[in-house]
Ligand binder design. Structure first.
Ligand code: ATP
Ligand code: MG
Length: 468
């Protein structure tokens, strides 16, 4: 096999160092796979038949680079020339039933390849002088790369049960690479779905993020659903699937719709959290679903029910309850607003209220709303898109005129207290609210003079007098 893949001088250095130490070293895993896929890859895994840490230290000395050692894992890592190189001793693993932490023993390259998750991830290049650059592919990984197949090196029931994260990794690679998972593997994943319970939710969330960042997330999301994994860790989403019928009327399948929205948004943004918002935008639907005789299916207030569910979803996925969560929550809560606005008439005050509520996230909200249009009726889609274009134009116009996006009340509480000679008290809130409302309604302009004038009027109405 070609040795062009090993052009970088670091491979030569590792090769010489291994020889000096009397051990064999190989490049293995993701880097080798990505060479064949022509995907750029700066993470290099080196497996050594012996101590990975010792070789890492010796290489670190030669290239004058700090080595981070993770003694518990028997691994060491160094950074060199923009590359991240991880060293590990070849190992043989066995697992106990209720943990994904393996019992690890030293092993050979062959044994190390067997414990890898997929044939495409078990490829290795030799770094020995006598067969430098030779590909070692005991399970037909290159053929699987060519045929776009994800398959385990050993019996899938063993591979998946040993470390159930591999089930989600299989699906993640299917989404990232557009590959299919072998039938045998798919059957095994379904059989082993309950093994997910031993996994930490953080690891699952990491894989979910990678699925969402893949070119067509619906591939991975549909597989998660079909293999019955999604219901294990994100039942709120899984529950969107299905169509109920009454009086001969059905509603759309909200799971299929959600997947389409996520694929749509993927073409418009690389923002992971906006993609999460697309994924979760309709999770309030099952709880709000009603059949109203003569009218049909309704999902009233599903956006608010959904927004309320977001912290629970984040907590359950062990994702941080920070401003990203609040951002997703806000977009879910607001996702119907631009559409509702189009259906009424697009008044300036409605636009100002939308700008006020969405703030700096208004552009992301519009991206979400556009992605949310999945009707098959082309006329309807064209009409909605035209109306959205109008809303977008108006948003720009009104923002240029009134600067509502980062609304700051022109009148501060301090000024009100000083002007009327009062202590912190209820009237301050009432006056500020009245000024904000008047600006949003367009009764006064968003500037100090007009707001100050209104402050005086409102103060007098409340029985306050100007303190000279
Ligand atoms: P990416 O870096 O895009 O996440 P990767 O395949 O490089 O993909 P890493 O997590 O970097 O994944 O792991 C490097 C290699 O380690 C993999 O190619 C695979 O050989 C092996 N590996 C990683 N995780 C597992 C696992 N859970 N079970 C078995 N082997 C694994
Ligand atoms: Mg990697």
């Amino acid at each position: 096999m070609s040795i062009n893949f090993l052009e970088h001088k670091i491979f030569d250095i590792v090769s010489t160092t291994a020889k000096e130490n009397g051990v064999r070293a190989f490049v293995i895993g993701g880097y080798v796979r990505d060479c064949f896929l022509a995907r750029p890859c700066t993470d290099i895994d080196i497996v050594v038949e012996g101590s990975g840490i010792e070789i890492a230290k010796a290489v670190g000395k030669k290239v004058k680079s700090n080595v981070s050692i993770f003694k518990n894992f028997g691994t060491a890592m160094l950074k060199y020339d923009g590359l991240e190189i991880e060293f590990v001793g070849a190992r043989k693993e066995s697992y106990s039933h209720n943990s994904r932490k393996p019992i690890v023993e030293n092993g050979t390259l062959k044994e190390d390849q067997e414990r890898r998750d997929f044939t495409i991830n078990a490829l290795a290049f030799s770094l020995q002088e006598e067969d430098y650059g030779n590909l070692i592919d005991p399970f037909g990984g290159v053929a699987d790369l060519q045929n776009g197949i994800i398959r385990t090196p050993l019996d899938p029931d063993i591979t998946y049960s040993d470390d159930p994260l591999r089930m989600i990794r299989a699906i993640r690679f299917a989404a990232q690479l557009g590959f299919s998972i072998s039938e045998e593997s798919l059957r095994s994943i379904k059989r082993n779905k309950n093994r997910l319970e031993i996994l930490s939710r953080e690891r699952i969330a990491e894989e979910m993020n990678k699925i969402l960042m893949s070119p067509k997330p619906s591939i991975g999301l549909q597989l998660l659903q079909d293999c019955e994994l999604l219901e294990q860790f994100l039942p709120q989403l899984s529950r969107l699937q299905g169509v109920e019928t009454q009086e001969g009327r059905g509603h759309k399948d909200n799971f299929a719709h959600t997947l389409q929205v996520v694929d749509n948004i993927t073409t418009q943004t690389d923002n992971l959290w906006l993609r999460w918002a697309a994924l979760l935008h309709d999770i309030g639907k099952p709880a709000s679903k009603r059949y109203e005789p003569g009218i049909g299916w309704t999902f009233h207030t599903h956006e608010f029910i959904g927004a309320k569910m977001i912290p629970g979803v984040f907590k359950q996925m062990k994702m941080p309850l920070n401003e990203k969560m609040k951002y997703v929550q806000k977009l879910v809560a607001l996702h119907l607003r631009p559409t509702a606005l189009v259906e009424d008439c697009v008044t300036d005050s409605a636009i100002r209220r939308l700008l006020f509520d969405a703030g700096d996230d208004i552009d992301d909200l519009m991206i979400l709303c556009n992605a949310d249009i999945t009707s098959k009726n082309e006329n309807k889609v064209r009409k909605i898109k035209e109306n959205f274009a109008l809303v977008t134009r108006k948003l720009v116009e009104v923002e240029a005129k009134d600067a509502i996006r980062n609304f700051q009340n022109p009148i501060t509480g301090e000024l009100i207290m000083e002007y009327f000679g009062i202590e912190p008290s209820r009237p301050i809130g009432i006056i500020k609210e009245a000024i904000k409302e008047a600006i949003l309604e367009g009764e006064i302009e968003n500037n100090f003079e007009q707001a100050f004038a209104l402050m005086k009027i409102k103060g007098e109405e409340l029985g306050l007098v100007h303190k000279k």
